[in-house]
Design a protein around this ligand. Structure first.
Ligand SMILES: [Zn+2]
Length: 371
């Protein structure tokens, strides 16, 4: 259950398309910041008019500014059909037309905005990935190809590697797992298995949750229980081997120097201390209770990852596509508390024009546009 601490302050008031007045605020977003169910989503974005209002409010939160002459003020709104995707605003000063969807994934598309919005919602909120066929059915599209293209474009926004490092004040669990599967056609043995390295931040829950958890904490000899912590940011990468250079490079590429790192006793991580990390390693010897206590978060991540790969792709993923899938998993995982950020991001809406939620400010994940 995700709890948002404050109301998202973007001027987002699309909604009931029957009230098309520009000045009258009608239905507002869910106070948690984003629709949390499909019916709720459809109430907020019932038609293309509502989607257009949203696009405009995200691109110009303080009102339209002409990209050519920088004049601020109400533009001319060219009459457009309900189904049209290419909405054009025209500057009153220099008369330059500006498309609402320019620079987004919806640019030059003939698919209605409602379909795009709905698809983006499904892609970013549903834990299991969607096949194009499932998509076509859910979106009521007549052509498979349209569903495929929409999905492809939205996913492209999820597979960019996240480049900033994690850790710092939060300890980081690091481990590897094997993904891929047995290929029935290649005879005995395991084929196409890949080593995936993972690093995840361990963050303490906030006060209100802590109070609830403290009742349980005493029963485990003071060991931190899962309910007092949660997984922060995640990084996943294919590792070519379990050698020291490979495992340590994954850490140095992804974790802030000086961070505390927890691993099992695998000696591939032995150089971490000399590389400037605080290294806590523990021999788990396959003991699930020890693993649960020492590396609780990364093991949950790995089992979710495997379930997703098997459930969505039947475990049959070609090696050269695997990193893209890992990136998609990481994208969704890291934004699970920020569905609106994920939604805007896959649609190609500039993140910098969206103010942070209180949650983002509080957690320190908000990056100032200048940064
Ligand atoms: Zn202008």
């Amino acid at each position: 259950m995700f709890i948002f601490l404050g109301f998202h302050e973007t001027k987002i008031i699309p909604g009931d398309g029957r009230q098309s007045s520009q000045t009258q605020p009608n239905q507002t977003m869910d106070p948690r910041g984003f629709p949390t169910s499909l019916p709720e989503f459809q109430k907020v974005f019932p038609n293309n008019q509502a989607c257009k209002k949203y696009l405009e409010s995200v691109r110009w939160p303080d009102g339209f500014i002409c990209p050519r002459c920088a004049t601020q003020g109400e533009p001319f709104r060219l009459p457009d059909s309900e189904e049209s995707c290419s909405v054009v605003l025209k500057c009153r000063a220099c008369r330059k037309p500006t498309s609402l969807t320019a620079g987004t994934v919806m640019q030059s598309s003939h698919t209605p905005l409602t379909t795009w919005f709905w698809a983006a919602y499904l892609v970013t909120t549903q834990t299991p990935g969607q096949s194009a066929l499932q998509f076509q059915r859910q979106l009521g599209l007549s052509r498979y190809e349209t569903a495929f293209q929409i999905l492809h474009k939205l996913r492209a926004g999820m597979v960019r590697p996240e480049r900033d490092c994690i850790g710092g004040e939060y300890p980081v669990e690091v481990d590897e797992c094997m993904v891929g599967g047995r290929s029935r056609n290649l005879g005995q043995g395991v084929h196409d298995m890949a080593i995936v390295s993972g690093a995840v931040e361990v963050r303490p829950r906030k006060e209100t949750d802590d109070r609830k958890a403290s009742r349980y904490a005493h029963h485990e000899g003071g060991k931190p229980l899962r309910r007092t912590i949660y997984a922060g940011r995640l990084r996943l990468r294919i590792s070519e081997s379990r050698t020291r250079p490979v495992l340590c490079k994954f850490v140095t590429d992804n974790v802030i120097p000086g961070s505390t790192i927890r691993t099992d006793a695998c000696n591939g991580y032995d150089p971490l201390q000399s590389l400037g990390y605080v290294h806590h390693k523990l021999a788990l010897n396959g003991d699930p209770e020890k693993a649960e206590a020492h590396l609780p978060m990364i093991h949950i991540v790995f089992s979710n990852l495997k379930a997703w790969l098997i459930g969505t792709h039947h475990g049959r993923i070609e090696r050269h596509h695997l990193q893209a899938y890992l990136n998609e998993f990481v994208f969704r995982f890291n934004r699970r508390f920020y569905p609106m950020t994920a939604f805007n991001s896959v649609l190609g809406l500039a993140a910098r024009s969206i103010p942070p939620t209180y949650e983002e400010l509080y957690s320190g994940e908000w990056q100032h546009p200048a940064g």
